[in-house]
Design a protein around this ligand. Structure first.
Ligand code: TXA
Ligand code: MG
Length: 336
């Protein structure tokens, strides 16, 4: 089993050296970040990065995030580093914020899917940072799951999804943020929020003085080329069907659960208040957005494992703190 248990706060240098060696010779290593587990390869080695796409079953039009250890390494990959990038990196790096900037020619096309921009982020996880330092290279890493499936928040999720497609998995325990990084495009005139995540639009606005423009939903409808891979409509999805319901739709949710249960299927639910329905698994979710995000994928993975075919999800509150969670739930709920 290619999994090494590693202390998330004080990673064993021998384990890190072994992982860095694999990265340096063009192999794949799955490692924890503060958001979700990543599937990493040397970002400057096109053949190594190509292996990521094969392992994930990911279409080649989806560019990857390049993980860097600091601003200096990020600047080595981009042709223009605007003042807003400096301010945002100062405020949120290392952390769950990815910046899309104009790239330098050294970044292989396979990383950027041929775009003139590259996404960079410094992860706030001691294991990820130690690996970046030991490999002494930028590391391209998407979430370590198969394409469109749920992102992994535990090493076990990676093992199950990717198994032997990865040479080594560093098991640093559960990730703390729980959903993917916020992706902010700074390559054009005005900052555009491509994916809500660990850092909210409010937090970004507080630093750059203006709220980032949210990407128009039409930008990722149908089969038009996506501005970003997270823009695939059904994404971040468990095997079970997800049904979102608002407080006034509780009776519809109950009826759905009854029908599904009568057909002999198991129904799960993510709730803020108990639901009078035949539920095989009812999970009470926290009313704090950060805590909800931390538990979300692990809970959905567990309901899948339990055999639930339908998961009823009570809608989360409005407001920017919940944008990341709401985005993931809405995408997961879109029908296949
Ligand atoms: O938290 C995270 O971001 C995790 C960990 C492992 O760092 N990574 C992750 O990568 O979620 P992935 O490949 O599953 O999602 C990639 C995201 C896309 O949704 C997209 O928004 C953005 O990266 N992206 C990458 N390159 C881009 C580019 N050149 N232009 C626009 N968006 C880009
Ligand atoms: Mg992903």
């Amino acid at each position: 089993m290619p999994t090494l248990t590693i202390d998330p706060l004080h990673p064993d240098p021998a384990h890190i050296a072994r992982a860095a060696e694999i990265i340096r010779r063009g192999g794949l290593v799955a490692f924890p970040t503060e958001t979700v587990y990543g599937l990493g390869a040397n970002a400057l080695d096109a053949a190594a990065v190509q292996r990521i796409f094969e392992a994930k079953g990911r279409p080649s039009y989806n560019p990857l995030i390049v993980h860097v250890r600091d601003v200096e390494q990020a600047r080595s990959l981009v042709s223009r580093w605007p003042a807003t990038a400096d301010a945002l990196a100062e405020a949120f790096w290392p952390g769950p914020l990815t910046l899309v900037l104009r790239r330098r020619a050294e970044v292989p096309d396979v990383v950027t899917a041929g775009r003139e921009t590259v996404a960079v982020r410094a992860p706030a996880h001691p294991v990820a940072l130690a690996l970046l330092a030991a490999a002494d290279l930028p590391i391209a890493a998407p979430s370590a799951n198969r394409f469109t499936e749920l992102s992994p928040t535990l090493a076990r999720h990676v093992e199950r999804a990717l198994g032997r497609r990865v040479e080594l998995i560093l098991d640093g325990g559960p990730t703390t943020v729980g959903i993917e990084s916020t992706v902010l495009d700074l390559s054009g005139g005005e900052p555009v929020l491509l994916r809500p995540g660990g850092i909210s639009a409010d937090q970004i606005a507080a630093v750059i003085g203006v709220p980032p423009r949210p990407i128009a939903p039409s930008a990722y409808a149908g089969s038009t080329p996506r501005p970003a891979p997270g823009m695939v409509e059904r994404h971040y999805a468990p095997r079970a069907a997800l049904h979102l319901f608002a407080p006034h739709e509780r009776s519809t949710a109950v009826a759905l659960a009854r029908r599904e249960a009568a057909a002999g299927h198991m129904v799960g639910a993510l709730l803020f208040a108990p639901l009078e329905a035949p539920l095989a698994r009812a999970v009470m979710m926290p009313d704090d957005a950060a805590e909800y995000a931390r538990q979300l994928y692990g809970t959905l993975h567990a309901l899948d494992d339990a055999g639930c075919t339908l998961v009823l999800v009570e809608r989360v509150p409005e407001g920017p703190a919940w944008d990341g969670v709401r985005d993931r739930l809405e995408r997961a709920a879109r029908s296949k």
